[in-house]
Ligand binder design. Structure first.
Ligand code: HEM
Length: 452
């Protein structure tokens, strides 16, 4: 069959505005009106939207060698993460992935469970007094904090307190700056003497100094806090040998990996957890089933990695929340060569846009796509859905290296919270902002009631 060019749409001014203000919804509309393959934009500013799971599989898995990461999304991230795993490509990426993979093995991640459980418990204990006083809580900000505490501890052994912290605010400033650069299409030079540029540089310096100091201490054989658990990721990476048995990573490379994990493993987890609380508040029947499972399995004893495998409904709640609100709502690639997808030609250099947000809600692949039904992820036996109808962690060789990390952390945090509290919405549904991840426009203020 002769391949033909994909259908093409030239957006009106109003549509360009919609693309800027709510790109995730723009992509939903694009697919609804023009189908699973559509080229949108003008000249070099155009992109190809692919929303069919088979096309996702083609780009991320079966023909992944034909697609690279030289895209705007990754260029912006690389300004902060340098040559870290998330933005690396080609042979450099492969070597690095092989080196890092063992540290993210399911069994190694299970060793972090006590760390996740400890921060989760600390968080729910801290909420007790405000809850008793009937105060409300910005659940979005709380999830950002606990996710940051967990990732910083497991990455490089540092403790972030419960109050304002330099590392916490530096990370938030850096994330915010990445978003600002994205919104302004990277057109505002980083050297311009703007307050915002200065703040971002200062924040990055704070993170760099903390990371380089820790690397120096570790190389000198000092570990600040060796008594309280497993070796952290930095230890594992410092001692990861190359093929000749020598230390494989330089200080700069270690810094790039640390900051990559910090950026990739913080807001993503927090975003998914925040939407989980929102959805649970809107669906009391799911909240009830979840609480029943957690109470039956965990009672009031400390949470452990072992509990994980006995909390399938809890995991399903989180998976379903990531279906509706996938933190990584868009994944981009650049076609390195000409290609054919289905019966459409893809020209070399095309910017390909895959969106878990769109595919996860597409009525072609999901019944009641807007519903919140964790049971979808509990069904046993072969699924009728195509494999890549659901891809919150991407797929193929670039599959998120932090996927087990995320699941262990999220399930333990959810279990710790639902044992004590029920959240209630105040106000209506929040506006969704599609930034680095999906988040509620003005945070997510909720009332928390202690469960008896
Ligand atoms: C809800 C949580 C998370 C989500 C939704 C998520 C999503 C993703 C997605 C979609 C990709 C693939 C990107 C692409 O192919 O272009 C990815 C890659 C990656 N993620 Fe995650 N992630 C999460 C948590 C984490 C955590 C906790 C870490 C580390 C501690 C992490 C580190 C990474 C890294 C390093 C990559 C690059 C992998 C590679 O290309 O080899 N992520 N993530």
């Amino acid at each position: 069959m002769n391949a033909r060019p994909p259908p093409s749409v030239r957006p009106s001014l109003g549509q360009l505005q919609a693309l800027r203000d709510a790109p995730h919804e723009f992509l939903v509309q694009l697919a609804a009106r023009h189908g699973h393959v559509v080229r949108c934009g003008v000249g070099p500013l155009s992109f190809l939207s692919l929303t069919h799971p088979d096309a996702v599989q083609h780009v991320l898995v079966t023909q992944q060698r034909r697609y690279g990461k030289d895209t705007f999304q990754y260029r912006l991230l690389a300004e902060v993460t340098g040559g870290g795993l998330l933005t690396a490509d080609g042979d450099a990426w492969l070597g690095r992935r092989r080196l890092l993979q063992p540290s993210f093995h399911r069994d190694r991640i299970a060793e972090f469970a006590p760390v996740f459980a400890r921060f989760a418990e600390r968080t729910v204990t801290r909420w007790r007094e405000p809850a008793e006083r009937g105060e409300t809580l910005d659940v979005g900000a709380e999830m950002m904090h606990v996710a940051l505490q967990a990732v910083v501890k497991t990455l490089f052994g540092a403790e972030i307190g419960d109050r304002d912290d330099r590392l916490a605010s530096a990370t938030l400033t850096v994330l915010d700056h990445i978003m600002f650069r994205a919104r302004t299409l990277g057109l505002v030079p980083r050297w311009l003497p703007l307050e915002r540029n200065r703040e971002a540089r200062a924040a990055l310096r704070v993170l760099d100094e903390a990371i380089y100091d820790t690397i120096e201490q570790r190389r000198a054989g000092r570990h600040a806090d060796r008594t309280d658990g497993p070796s952290d990721l930095l230890d594992r990476l410092i001692s990861a040998p190359d093929e000749h048995g020598r230390a494989a990573l330089t200080d700069r490379e270690l810094r790039d990996e640390m900051i990559t994990m910090l950026i990739a493993g913080h807001e993503t987890v927090a975003s998914a957890l925040t939407w989980t609380w929102y959805l649970l508040a809107r669906h009391p029947e799911v909240d009830r089933a979840l609480t029943d499972e957690v109470r039956a399995v965990c009672g009031d004893v400390p949470l452990t990695a072992g509990a994980m495998s006995r909390l399938p409904y809890t995991a399903a709640v989180f998976q379903e929340a990531m279906r509706l609100y996938p933190p990584a709502w868009v994944i981009t690639r650049r076609a390195l060569d000409g290609d054919v997808i289905g019966d459409h030609r893809v020209r070399r250099g095309t910017l390909v846009v895959l969106s878990p947000y769109v595919t996860h809600r597409h009525p072609d692949f999901w019944t009641d796509p807007e519903g919140f039904d964790p049971e979808r992820f509990l069904a046993t036996g072969p699924s009728e859905r195509p494999r890549y109808a659901y891809f919150p962690f991407g797929g193929g060789p670039h599959l998120c290296i932090g996927n087990h990390f995320t699941m262990v952390e999220a399930v333990l945090i959810i279990a710790a919270v639902v044992r004590r509290y029920r959240f209630t919405m105040i106000g209506g549904a929040p506006d969704v902002i599609a930034g680095v991840t999906l988040h509620p426009r003005d945070g997510l203020r909720m009332r928390m009631d202690l469960r008896r």
